[in-house]
Design a protein around this ligand. Sequence first.
Ligand SMILES: *Cc1c(COP(=O)(O)O)cnc(C)c1O
Length: 244
Amino acid sequence: MSEQQRRDGIAQALAAVDERIARACAAAGRSRAEVRLLAVTKTFPATDAALLTDLGQTDLAENRDQEAGAKAAEVRALRPQVRPRWHMVGRLQRNKARSVVRWADEVQSVDSVRLADALAKALHAANQAGERSGPLDVLIQASLDDDPSRGGCPLARLGELADHVAGLDGLRLRGVMAVAPLGADPAEAFARLAGAAGDLRRDHPEAVELSAGMSGDLEAAIAHGSTCVRVGTALLGARGLASP
Ligand SMILES: *Cc1c(COP(=O)(O)O)cnc(C)c1O
């Protein structure tokens, strides 16, 4: 496929996703401006990420540190004039914190006190070393299925973790993220998530973001208050088996 064909294909997919978001917002009586789109570029090449930025899509998300760090550097080389905002949405081990803060503007997958502490420490070191500047936006990942292997903080402990994150230097608590459980009704899960996010906002009014909804369930997420949908497949096509 030529670059022009790929560009046209991504442009069409982006327009279709935007239309889905607009319809879902209208159906929920919400303004389109309340919902932002993160393009999940995992497993796709830096050239695709660069094409997305050409089309005005500068919020990009990745789920693995190693792949993302390299891709962010490649996109910077391909499009030195644009400054995408990179979001980490995947499971993150503490020993990757120092690397993640070099490329990520926001980490949506903070699910433990230990990880939050590691990110705060890594951020401080990176700021000192001149590798980045400014605070790190953070979302707390909530678990909707209480399956520890899929990551996320149990809803009952969200408040505790939010209090901790809010007290850390350099980390800016922005909200809550979740992935719908496998094989269950996403609407029911997103309704529970919305309730928990609303409770959390009473103590942390700055935590306005609710990151929920992917290619298959963005309508249900928007109906339940999502402010941020994370879309990969519907924009870039099916992924191989390398990355879930
Ligand atoms: C891969 C991924 C997405 C995007 O999923 P699609 O179904 O391809 O849209 C969203 N969120 C997270 C956390 C992901 O890992």
